[in-house]
Design a protein around this ligand. Sequence first.
Ligand code: DQA
Length: 144
Amino acid sequence: MKILVLHGPNLNMLGLREPEIYGSFSLADINQILIADAEKLGASLEFLQSNHEGALVDAIHAAFNQKAGILINPGAYTHTSVAIRDAIAAVHLPTVEVHLSNVYKREEFRHHSYIAPVAVGQISGFGVNSYRLGLQALVQHLTG
Ligand SMILES: O=C1C[C@@](O)(C(=O)O)C[C@@H](O)[C@@H]1O
């Protein structure tokens, strides 16, 4: 089972970026943890981090008919991107949205997600475990 893992803008700065909010794991650390989890879950992962909305949209389109589902932390695009939401709706792939921080405990502009209505579900606030729980939930969703 092939899953696309997408990381949105500024997530390449994890470890350096506001560690009190996002923790001390780097993006490479998170990807390594997910690879180990995926092996146990019987999934294989392809990763992309991009700071560019269009690159994320292109990756979602490329997943059509190629991947079983998408695990995405859209970063700040969560709160702004109709384009990413429409891309997910277009390819119709089961998608789980994750956030390291609890976005509902933070600034009001982070309380709205354009992605949530087209996602199977959302996990927010558990640091790296948001990704791990998200992957597990996506695989269980896909295997029924
Ligand atoms: O870049 C991010 C990271 C984030 O998606 C998170 O993982 O907690 C939350 C977003 O509000 C923020 O813009």
